[in-house]
Structures are given as structure tokens and as C-alpha cells.
Design a protein around this ligand. Structure first.
Ligand code: ACO
Length: 326
């Protein structure tokens, strides 16, 4: 008797874009009252990329999407939807996703942006997975693209050293696969709207004379992060009847080395199974997970058939996890 197949969202391709300009901690120390030692010790960050004028959210998202399509072997005309997660769109509208659509020539797709801060990529995976399983599209681009350098307050040393710019994209394709086959196994999304005041942008396009800067109560965010992230990860394990031992790789949102290590410790996962890129990219918000995932796939650490757990937390607060088999 033939095995029952199920429709899953399979990761078919991945691409990234990082701005040309790299800014070291020493260079940040020329700009604000900080030091390489302070930044490295508290956060694990050694450098970040800052976008030039032409490296907009749409430009970087398009470049990352091109990479995802190329590795998947899919032409732009076959993309059914483009979901772009960002807190730093080029315009309030049109969405950055439709700018990407135009630049790619993905003329049969529809596109929209989602706003979930650093959890945006996980939210995007959750939405895309549901749409693919429901048969609403066969190929969906999920993109995280951020230019936080445009909203950083360079008079606030407590936040401006933490973030960087970049983009990452995946192409998810609907496929009928066996139970132990590849694809997203589950996604788990959360938010708590009573915590809007610990991490936010104090302005918006719709507010007079106030484009806005990022504001953060770092201690409060830290306090919530490890607990909420560990619970999102445990939720994914429980939903799939797994334990942390079954996980080949944890690919966390790259905010801060201490948060990443804290979650890893809570789960009892050895450091060798946790992908870390915060040292090279700093916190690129919605772009950080696809940037980290791409690095570990491209350098051969993450292999076909392996179980990969993704997690993120960001302004909102928003948080969530996703479990996928490669
Ligand atoms: N360089 C040098 N000194 C600094 C800097 C800096 N860049 N920033 C702050 N300080 C000083 C402060 O002024 C303070 O000095 P004081 O004691 O003389 O007043 C001292 O360092 C300690 O400041 P704290 O803010 O208490 O430092 P803390 O140890 O909490 O570390 C940090 C700050 C790294 C932001 C920490 O709170 C943290 O990791 N928070 C998590 C938040 C995070 O990573 N957010 C990212 C976005 S959210 C997300 O993506 C999950």
C-alpha cells in the first residue's frame, strides 16, 4: 500500500543581501561614547553592515529574493505571492513587497508587507505555510529586509550599537511529501500588546514631523526574551512530539549573544548546534533568521533531512517559533 502523502511548505531556495559598507565596533566608538570591549562583552556583536543610499529595503529584499529563486530554480513568473517582513519599509504604501514584485518581474504574484518587528520572518513563515497548504499558491517568497540604520538614534549608545542592515529571503514551495519528508512542520505565533512600551519606534510616517527613532528598555526586553523564547521553542517541540535532543540545529533571531546562549542553556542544547551570526551582522531584525539560516546551509552545516528550529522575539512584544525539516 502506498504511503499517505501530505501537502507541506518546503524550503526550496534561500538568498541574502548585505550592504557593502561594514562598520566595526571601533568605528562605532568614533561616533558614540562606547568601546569594542563593551559591545563585544554585552552583546557578542563585532561588526554590522550599514546600507548606502541605493540600498533600500526593496532593493535589498529584491537581491535576496533573486538568490532564493536562483537556488530553487524557479522563474519569477511562477511566484504566487511575496510576503515581506519589515519595520523599515521604503514607503508607508505601496508595500515594499510590491516594489520587490516589480523589480523581480514576478507578474503573476500578489504581495504585501507584515509588521511584526524582529519576529516578522517567523510570522511570514506562518502565513506562507498556511497559504501554501490551503492551495492559495504553489510558490511563495518570504523576505525579511531591514534598514535599521535609518531609524537608529545615534545619540543613544544603548541602542545604536546593537543593530545592522540586511535582507534574507526563502522560497517556499508546496509539495506532497511523506510524513518524514521535508517542509515546515509547525509554526507558533504570539504577541502581548501590554508590552508595547519596552521596544518601539517613537514616530511614524503618519505623525507630523516625527519620522521616529528606535527606543528600547534593554533590561526589560532581556528579562522577557529568554523566558518567552524558551516557551515558544518548547511549544514547537511539544506540538511535534519531540525533545530538544531531536533538534539538529537551533537558528535563533540574532539579537544578542547572551539571549541566544540563555535560550540554548534552557533547552540543554550544546553551543555547536546553535547557529550564531550576531557577531558579523548585529541585530538585523526580520532579516536575521534567513541570514543565519543561509550561512549555515551554504557552509554545509545544515544538511537535507535535518530538523531545524527557528525562534524570534521583537517589538510588540511579538514572538514565535517554527520547526522545519530540510
Ligand atoms: N557603550 C558603553 N556603555 C554603555 C553602552 C555602550 N554602547 N550602552 C549602555 N552603556 C552603559 C550604560 O550607560 C550604563 O552605564 P551606568 O551604569 O554608568 O549608568 C551601563 O552601560 C549599563 O547599562 P545597561 O543598559 O544596564 O546595560 P545592560 O547590561 O543591560 O546591557 C543591553 C544593555 C546589551 C542592551 C542589554 O540590556 C540587553 O542585551 N538587552 C536585550 C535587548 C536586546 O538585545 N534587544 C535587541 C532588540 S529586541 C530583540 O531583537 C530581541
Amino acid at each position: 500500500m502506498s504511503e499517505r502523502l501530505r501537502r507541506r511548505a518546503v524550503l526550496a531556495g534561500i538568498g541574502t543581501y548585505l550592504p557593502e559598507k561594514i562598520v566595526s565596533n571601533a568605528e562605532m566608538a568614533e561616533r558614540v561614547d562606547t568601546s569594542d570591549e563593551w559591545i563585544t562583552e554585552r552583546t557578542g556583536i563585532r561588526q554590522r553592515h550599514f546600507a548606502g543610499r541605493h540600498e533600500t529595503c526593496a532593493f535589498m529584499g529584491t537581491e535576496a529574493a533573486r538568490g532564493a529563486l536562483a537556488t530553487a530554480g524557479i522563474v519569477p513568473e511562477n511566484v504566487g505571492a511575496i510576503i515581506l517582513a519589515t519595520s523599515t519599509p521604503d514607503q508607508a504604501f505601496p508595500s515594499t513587497a510590491v516594489h520587490v514584485q516589480g523589480m523581480l518581474g514576478a507578474k503573476n504574484a500578489f504581495g504585501f508587507d507584515i509588521s511584526a518587528a524582529c519576529s516578522g520572518f517567523i510570522y511570514g513563515l506562518g502565513i506562507a505555510e498556511a497559504m501554501l497548504r490551503a492551495g492559495q499558491a504553489n510558490h511563495i517568497l518570504v523576505i525579511g529586509s531591514e534598514v535599521y540604520s535609518r531609524i537608529l538614534n545615534f545619540a543613544d549608545r544603548g541602542t545604536c550599537v546593537l543593530f545592522g542592515d540586511g535582507a534574507g529571503a526563502v522560497l517556499l514551495s508546496a509539495r506532497d511529501v511523506a510524513e518524514d519528508g521535508p517542509g515546515i512542520l509547525s509554526t507558533h505565533l504570539h504577541s502581548d500588546g501590554t508590552l508595547t512600551d519596552i521596544l518601539y519606534v517613537d514616530g511614524a510616517v503618519g505623525q507630523p514631523d516625527k519620522p521616529g527613532h528606535l527606543v528600547m528598555n534593554g533590561r526589560e526586553v532581556f528579562r522577557h526574551a529568554v523566558t518567552l523564547l524558551a516557551s515558544a521553542v518548547n511549544e514547537a517541540l511539544a506540538a511535534n512530539d519531540l525533545t530538544a535532543k531531536d533538534i539538529d540545529w537551533l537558528v535563533p533571531h540574532q539579537a544578542n549573544r547572551r539571549i541566544i546562549d540563555g535560550v540554548g542553556r534552557k533547552l540543554g542544547l550544546p553551543q555547536e548546534r546553535v547557529v550564531v551570526t550576531v557577531d558579523q551582522h548585529a541585530n538585523t531584525s526580520a532579516a536575521s533568521i534567513p541570514l543565519a539560516l543561509a550561512q549555515a546551509i551554504n557552509d554545509g552545516r545544515i544538511k537535507p533531512g535535518q530538523l531545524v528550529l527557528l525562534e524570534a522575539l521583537g517589538g510588540g512584544l511579538t514572538w514565535g517559533s517554527a520547526l522545519l525539516r530540510m
